[in-house]
Design a protein. Structure first.
Length: 446
């Protein structure tokens, strides 16, 4: 996004946002009976969070809480298996070995891997290639993949050359026996736009097997909830798509649902003073340039939400909204303009629509208030933040809980040296020797 297109929030708008955040903090209360056990870790170049609501007593008496160390080991081990299958950053992974091969024969892979590719191909066909897991070479060329950064923009000739080995129609998948194959030797795949969601689903499945009935699982902003936390639904905050604001816009209640958000406001590169989004349109071989700032999708599986959020983000507002309706998706599309952000939604998100016309009208009204009654705006803002700080203090003291968010591009933030981690497992910590040893010890003891 170029600087001249960055929306400017008026003082009155800022006051309204402050009051909105205040409402959000007051609305969130601790869970009823029972206890929430939670932990976080690193995986797939980002972080994960697990929250499990458990009753500490049953009708017949005391009930021991699950062992936190045991649960954490099981989650880390499951994520390790996902990376062993689908991480472009691990040379020994199934996906890396497939990408290195020039063979056009069937390449055996795990069943989960095949299921992910099969769903990716389904989305690719439904969007005429706006979602395409064979886009890896172009992602690398634009400095967002595991390849070494060049800090330069690829030329038209380079894009054309790389595009010749890109195309979902050149990839085949079968489920029994699970395998994939390429029809051209140079084809490579990158599952970073779907694998985090799949990882969430895998963690949920594993914890369910271990007897956890109510949980919240998040990887890099992709979320899935199961059950409730006592008598309350889990809540997911959808952020205002502006990294500088870093504020929640909507608190969405979720029970037995998944949410993923794709956006361009956290991960980008800047070359010669121009910003380029990390979201590449496979059909053009270039970063997207439209006004759609973020897309949030709610569905049953997080893998589905993850893939569709990226696909619709590539399509843009008009076509993306049409496809969301055709596919019966619950989608929230947030677009940016000079006067602020506007929202359009389908399914469960239809009620959150905020047309562009209302944004313009509100901006005019806000400017009038800001110009004619600045003291009112300052007073509202001061009072809102004072009460907000008090509410946050009370929340920390009595519950220690917070809303977890779904936010676009958070898994791919830039590090201090300017590098990014748009794909899986750029952090070798989750491939550490200690985890491997613990997994082997557990396997030997069972």
């Amino acid at each position: 996004m170029n600087d001249q297109h960055r929306p400017v929030w008026s003082h009155a708008s800022f006051a309204k946002l402050s009051l909105g955040i205040l409402w959000l903090m007051l609305f969130v209360s601790p869970a009823a009976a029972g206890e929430i056990i939670a932990w976080s870790g690193g995986t797939m170049g980002t972080s994960y969070t697990v929250k499990a609501y458990v009753n500490d007593k049953s009708e017949s008496g005391d009930q021991a809480l699950p062992d936190l160390d045991e649960l954490r080991l099981e989650v880390d081990a499951e994520l390790r298996r996902v990376n062993d299958e689908m991480s472009n950053y691990l040379k020994s992974s199934q996906i890396s070995r497939f990408n290195e091969s020039d063979s056009t024969d069937w390449f055996p892979i795990s069943k989960p891997f095949a299921e992910v590719v099969a769903y990716a191909q389904k989305v690719a066909k439904a969007t005429d290639g706006a979602f395409d897991v064979t886009i890896g070479p172009l992602v690398n060329a634009w400095n967002f993949g595991p390849a070494a950064r060049t800090d330069s923009v690829p030329t038209d000739a380079q894009i054309d050359e790389l595009s010749s080995v890109v195309g979902y129609e050149n990839l085949s998948v079968r489920l029994d026996p699970p395998a994939i194959k390429k029809s051209i030797a140079g084809l490579q795949i990158d599952l970073s736009a779907i694998a985090k969601g799949h990882g969430v689903d895998r963690v949920v499945d594993r914890l369910t097997e271990l007897g956890i009935a109510n949980m919240f699982v998040e990887i890099g902003g992709e979320v899935r909830t199961v059950g409730t936390k006592g008598d309350q639904a889990w809540k997911v905050g959808i952020q205002v798509p502006d990294a500088a604001a870093d504020q929640f816009d909507i608190a969405y209640e979720m029970t037995d649902q998944s949410m993923a958000t794709s956006g361009d406001y956290r991960n980008y590169i800047e070359i010669d003073g121009k910003r380029y989004s990390h979201t590449i349109d496979p059909r053009t071989g270039r970063p997207i340039t439209h006004d759609l700032a973020s897309v949030s999708i709610v569905s049953d599986l997080c893998m589905e939400s993850d893939a569709w959020a990226t696909a619709i983000n590539v399509l843009g507002e008009t076509k993306g909204l049409a496809v969301a309706s055709e596919q019966d998706l619950s989608a929230l599309l947030v677009s940016r303009g000079e006067d602020g952000f506007w929202r359009t939604g389908t399914g469960d998100f239809a009620a959150y629509s905020r047309p562009r016309e209302s944004v313009t009208e509100n901006a005019v009204a806000d400017n009038a208030v800001a110009e004619n009654q600045p003291w009112v705006v300052l007073a509202i803002t001061f009072v809102a933040f004072a009460v907000l700080l008090f509410a946050m203090a009370v929340g920390v003291i009595f519950s220690g809980k917070k809303i977890s968010g779904s936010c676009g591009g958070i898994a791919s933030q830039q590090s201090e040296d300017g590098s990014t981690s748009c794909s899986l497992c750029s952090n070798p910590a989750d491939a550490c020797k200690e985890l491997r040893e613990r997994m082997q010890e557990k396997a030997s003891s069972t």
